[in-house]
Design a protein around this ligand. Sequence first.
Ligand SMILES: Cc1ncc(COP(=O)(O)O)c(C=O)c1O
Length: 374
Amino acid sequence: MSQSVASRTTFDPEKLVRAAIHHLPLYTREEAPVEKPARAVRLDWNESPYGPSPRALEALAAVATHNRYPEFDAWALRDAIGRYAGVPANRIVAGAGLDNVLETLMLLLIDHGDRVIISEPTFMVYELLVRGHGGESVNVPLDRDFQLDARGILDAIDDRTKLIMICNPNNPTGNLLSPDAIEQIVANAPCLVAIDEAYAEFAGGSYRDMMDEHPNLAVLRTLSKFAGLAGMRVGYGIFPESLMPYLMRVMPGFCNVSAAASAAAIAALADGEYNRATITRIISDRETLAERLRQIPGVEPLPSATNFLLVRLPVTNAETVVRALASRGVYVRHFGNPAFGIADCLRVSIGTPDDNAIFAEQLEQVLKAKEQAV
Ligand SMILES: Cc1ncc(COP(=O)(O)O)c(C=O)c1O
């Protein structure tokens, strides 16, 4: 075989894979402990500790046509979401989780070198998706109170800026962002502004109504958190009417939502009573946990409008505490980038009262052991 044929037939992933992917960080869970603990308390991904509405489980069990594709444009699902969110179904894009809707949005907007403004610390997936699509994420950090720098964001806009991502309430800090700053940004930005309201049901407010006055606003939501359907993967976006003809071209066939997930989501959205009761319970458990954590010396849970708490610890870097908790079977998250200003914090999802109590107890023990070791 000649040299040129050999090189043509050599499979070279390095050359094959798009340059943008080469240096992309991996989106992972915290490292699992070497020795698997007997019991696992998973408070790391902001899931609901409760199942979805029993009506969703019934609807799921009744799905019989697994050999058939789901409805082509997921109209019944989009219609149910539209009724829930108070917008026409033809303004909704659904997807396999909000992650998938975010991906559709990137496909719609991002050419090589295009820019997206984000405000860190925030949901890491934005940066990964932007960079993965060959775009550039421009960070205008949150201030010391985890509030948006509206002036800084508007000043950072240039002719390559396609999108401003705002996460409200913000993950991982848990706080609501100032409405004045959001309004200032939406009213003055020439690009699309997308507000990620993954946790809005816990905060009790939405920017959906603002879309009536501002043609550059999109609102993104998920059923993973409040509706307890993380495993089903259903998320959606409400978009300006003017973008819909384009979005319809990039929205995945069947919206990437299975018939089973669709049936569960439609039934879950219709059970407002169950959803409200679950949200109330989680909020109440969050405050009980915050109160318990305040009793541990040096521990300060920060105000939260979500189903998780960001908790300051009496350490410079919480990584070892988070690892020690994992070795005891309690999984929480740590965001170690020093620029984020939360390296001394851990993020804990609100679980069942039992799980929350185990977490608090284990945290107290770990911190005590650490203090005794110095
Ligand atoms: C702010 C934010 N947006 C989006 C998502 C993704 O949600 P989904 O499970 O619908 O993909 C999450 C999940 O943690 C999140 O925290």
